[in-house]
Design a protein around this ligand. Structure first.
Ligand code: PLP
Length: 393
């Protein structure tokens, strides 16, 4: 028996465990001090009442012989796929029902979608970025090249003839930088992918934060149906991080080497996946009801206001950053040339504010720091106050 030796090549991620260790050591030494956490990438507001009601009703259906549900369709119940289809149609994007696949979240599909691609394919990933793209490909033994996301290009790298790849990852609005592509920029990526026969894996997990002219779906771009797969999630949109539901869109036109990727994905899902629970799908469908949409918008407005408070605080301190709009993340340059971890220690020791060191997201993250808007308003306000006192020149 030979194990998959590629797992030896997966870098250990000490990022969140190191943060947790440092914070608990600090708290143990300073039991009198409160710590203000602005580092979390998880939502904190509860599920919307419309979602809870729909899930309660679904549980009741499960309790009666007449309405009980066993295995559901692997691709997701039609009622949820129709709601997703209508959500895209309201934004002028036409999708066929059989192009929409309900999943248990974008993270799983990020990894699972790689079943469709040969391990010889080359991969292009932005640096810094959500680490799952890199690790899932390293596990499969694929060769990865990096596109450089830097302050100079506004953390939005553009196509480069010297960096052609079979699979291209784009995450917009981006985790961790909060930067988001506009239509012209994404059109350049779509043209590049078509020219080179590449497939774009477009992670739209944060599309619900878009407010300006940034793009919410790659399918807003002409030609994307020939070269892109979109991964999306209810996690940040509707607080489903613990409830688990997402969806992936594989257009009919996406054909490579004479094979339809949509048909392959359908085959993959029907073989390896038995669908998301009926109760959760009922909850997810309620996100698109009139009531649900209104309630979810209120939750998003709360996070967006937190993001604005942090962005304003950075403006007052004269610190350069991206994100804060179109994104729950504020990606800032560590002041005085500090490294990401030096700045982490400085904030923890001086003002008890916890963020995430940018170096944990890739080489280009060194010297940067991520703050998030998912905390409570009180925590955000107090942390901003403390940041201003410490950093304002
Ligand atoms: N994609 C990005 C860019 C993320 O930041 C996250 C979670 O933080 C995910 C996907 C995972 O989403 P899900 O909860 O749907 O698995």
């Amino acid at each position: 028996m030979k194990p998959n030796y590629h797992y030896q090549d997966v870098a250990e991620t000490y990022l969140f465990s190191n943060i947790a260790k440092k914070v608990s050591a600090y708290v143990a030494e300073h039991p009198d001090k409160n710590v203000f956490r602005l580092g979390i990438g998880d939502v904190t507001l509860p599920l919307a009442p419309a979602v809870i009601k729909a899930m309660h009703e679904a549980v009741d259906e499960m309790s009666k012989k007449e309405t009980f549900k066993g295995y559901g369709p692997e691709q997701g119940y039609a009622f949820l796929r129709e709601s997703i289809q209508a959500y895209y149609a309201r934004r002028g994007i036409q999708l066929a029902l059989d192009e929409i696949f309900v999943s248990d979240g974008a993270k799983s599909d990020c990894g699972n979608i790689l079943d469709l691609f040969d391990t010889d394919n080359s991969v292009l990933v932005p640096d810094p970025v959500y680490p799952v793209y890199v690790d899932t490909n390293v596990m499969a033994g694929r060769k990865i090249s990096y596109m450089q996301a830097t302050a100079e290009n506004g953390f939005l790298p553009m196509p480069d003839e010297s960096l052609k790849a079979d699979i291209i990852y784009i995450c917009s609005p981006n985790n961790p930088t909060g930067a988001s592509y506009n239509k012209t920029q994404l059109k350049a990526w779509v043209d590049f992918a078509i020219q080179n026969d590449s497939v774009i894996l477009y992670d739209a997990a944060y599309e619900c934060f878009v407010e300006t002219d940034a793009v919410r779906s790659i399918f807003e771009i002409e030609g994307a149906r020939n070269c892109a797969i979109e991964l999306c999630s209810f996690s940040k949109t509707a607080g489903f991080t613990g409830t688990r539901c997402g969806y992936t869109i594989v257009p009919c036109e996406l054909v490579r080497g004479g094979m339809s990727l949509r048909k392959m994905w359908l085959r993959r899902q029907t073989t390896k996946f038995n669908g998301v629970s009926y109760i959760v799908q009922k909850g997810a469908a309620a996100v698109f009801s009139e009531e649900g949409e209104k309630q979810i918008k209120e939750n998003l407005a709360y996070y967006k206001e937190n993001a604005k408070l942090i962005a304003n605080c950075m403006d007052e301190c004269g610190i350069a950053y991206t994100g804060g709009k179109n994104s729950p993340y504020i990606w800032l340059q560590c002041p005085s040339g500090m490294t990401s971890w030096e700045f982490f220690d400085y904030l923890l020791n001086e003002i008890q504010v916890v963020g995430t060191p940018g170096s944990g997201f890739g080489k280009n993250g060194e010297g940067f720091f991520r703050l998030t808007s998912f905390g409570s308003r009180e925590t955000t306000l107090e942390a901003c106050d403390r940041l201003k006192k410490l950093l304002k020149k």
